[in-house]
Design a protein. Structure first.
Length: 370
C-alpha cells in the first residue's frame, strides 16, 4: 500500500470513528419494525443491547403486496395493537424495508467527496432503475476504500440501495398514523452486515472465519447475503419463501394453510425414517434453494481468489424448520447454524429462542453503525 493510500484510509477510519462516537453518545433505545407480508414484528431495545419487549401480530391477507402497503389505515391499527398488547412504548423507530422493488447494487467509484459520490451514483444506477432516478429514494454506504497502487488511483467500493419514493412515503405516513416517527430506514443486506459485525465482535470466532453467509428465509422471499470481513459483498433475492413451501404441504396433505404451517414447524422432514406425501416436496424445495446458494457461493469464490464461505447463518421464520441446518451443512459442506444461536445476548429471561430467529431483522435494524 502506498503512503497516500495509508493516509487516505486512516482519514476515512478517523471520520467514521468520530461519527460513531457521536452516535453512541446521542443514542437512545429505539423500536425496530419489520412489516412482512403475513406478520408484523416489533422490538423495543434497552441501552444494553437487550430486548425490553417484543411483539408479533398477523397481517390480514391483502393488506401487503410484494413489499407495498396496500391498506395504510389498517396496517397502522395493527401496529398500534401490537404496541399496546405488548406494552411497547416510545415514538421513535427504525424500519426494515424489503420487497421486489428494492434495488441493491455494488459500485466502484474513484475517490471523491460526498456530493460527487451521490451525483455519480445517480448516473451509474440509472440503467438499473425501471423509472427515472428522481422517483427513487437512493442512499449508499461506503464499504471499503481500495488504496491507490502505482499509477492506479484509489477507489471506493459502495453499496447502493434504491426504492421508489412512493413506497417509502407510504411506510412513513402509515407509521405516523400509528404515532411513530421513522428515524432511519434500513435494508436486509445492510442489516446482515451489521449482524455479522456484531457476531465477530461479540463471539470468540476463529480468525479464519472471515467470510460469512447470512440467509434470510422469509415468508415470500429468500435473501442470500455474503459478507467478506463483515462487509457486504453479494446479495441475491429468490422470489420464493416459507409460504410457498406451506402451500405445497397443504396441497399434499389436503389440509388448510394454517394446519400445514403448524405441521411444517413441528415436523423434521429430513429424518431418514420419516416419509409422507409432503416430505418429497419439502426436500425438493430445499434442494432447489441449496443449488441457488451454491451458485452464489461459487460467484463469490470467483471474485475472492477462490476463497469460499467459512460459515453460514440462517434467520427468519423459515430457519425454524426442524433439521434444516444439518441438512444444509451436509450438502453445502459448510457449517450452518441458526442465527439465534449467536444472538442469545438479545434474549430476555424466559423468552423462547425461536423468537430471536423471527425477530432478527427488527433487532438488526436497531443496531446503529454509521
Amino acid at each position: 500500500m502506498s503512503k497516500r493510500g495509508r493516509d487516505r484510509n486512516t482519514a476515512y477510519d478517523s471520520v467514521i470513528s468520530q461519527r460513531e462516537q457521536r452516535l453512541k453518545r446521542s443514542q437512545k433505545p429505539i423500536i425496530g419494525i419489520d412489516i412482512g407480508t403475513s406478520s408484523l414484528k416489533m422490538v423495543q431495545m434497552k441501552k444494553n443491547s437487550k430486548v425490553a419487549r417484543w411483539g408479533v401480530e398477523p397481517i390480514p391477507e391483502g393488506m401487503m403486496n410484494q413489499g407495498r402497503i396496500e391498506v395504510s389505515a389498517q396496517i397502522a391499527e395493527v401496529i398500534k395493537k401490537t404496541a399496546s398488547k405488548n406494552r411497547i412504548k416510545g415514538n421513535q423507530c427504525s424500519l426494515c424495508l424489503s420487497g421486489n422493488e428494492l434495488i441493491i447494487r455494488e459500485l466502484k467509484l474513484p475517490e471523491m467527496n460526498q456530493n460527487q459520490i451521490m451525483e455519480n451514483i445517480r448516473h451509474e444506477i440509472t440503467s438499473f432503475l425501471p423509472l427515472n432516478h428522481e422517483e427513487y429514494c437512493i442512499d449508499y454506504k461506503v464499504l471499503e476504500y481500495i488504496p491507490s497502487q502505482d499509477d492506479i488511483p484509489g477507489k471506493l467500493r459502495i453499496m447502493v440501495a434504491a426504492i421508489p419514493n412512493n413506497v417509502v412515503n407510504t411506510y412513513i405516513k402509515t407509521l405516523k398514523k400509528a404515532n411513530l416517527k421513522v428515524v432511519y430506514v434500513d435494508v436486509v443486506p445492510n442489516i446482515a452486515g451489521k449482524l455479522a459485525k456484531w457476531i465477530m465482535m461479540n463471539h470468540n470466532m476463529d480468525e479464519s472465519f472471515k467470510n460469512i453467509g447470512i440467509i434470510d428465509l422469509g415468508a415470500r422471499t429468500t435473501n442470500i447475503i455474503i459478507l467478506k470481513d463483515g462487509n457486504y459483498f453479494i446479495h441475491k433475492t429468490i422470489a420464493n419463501g416459507g409460504d410457498y413451501l406451506t402451500s405445497h404441504i397443504a396441497d399434499k396433505l389436503n389440509v388448510d394453510f394454517m394446519e400445514a404451517e403448524v405441521f411444517k414447524l413441528k415436523t423434521n422432514f429430513f429424518e431418514n425414517n420419516f416419509q409422507n406425501n409432503a416430505c418429497e416436496s419439502v426436500k425438493n424445495y430445499v434442494d432447489y434453494l441449496i443449488t441457488d446458494i451454491e451458485r452464489t457461493i461459487e460467484f463469490f469464490k470467483n471474485r475472492n481468489n477462490q476463497l469460499g464461505v467459512d460459515r453460514i447463518f440462517i434467520m427468519g421464520g423459515g430457519s425454524l424448520l426442524k433439521g434444516l441446518p444439518q441438512y444444509m451443512k451436509e450438502h453445502l459442506y459448510v457449517e450452518v447454524s441458526p442465527l439465534s444461536d449467536v444472538l442469545q445476548q438479545f434474549k430476555r429471561a424466559n423468552d423462547h429462542t425461536d423468537k430471536v430467529a423471527a425477530f432478527s431483522q427488527a433487532i438488526g435494524a436497531t443496531l446503529r453503525e454509521e
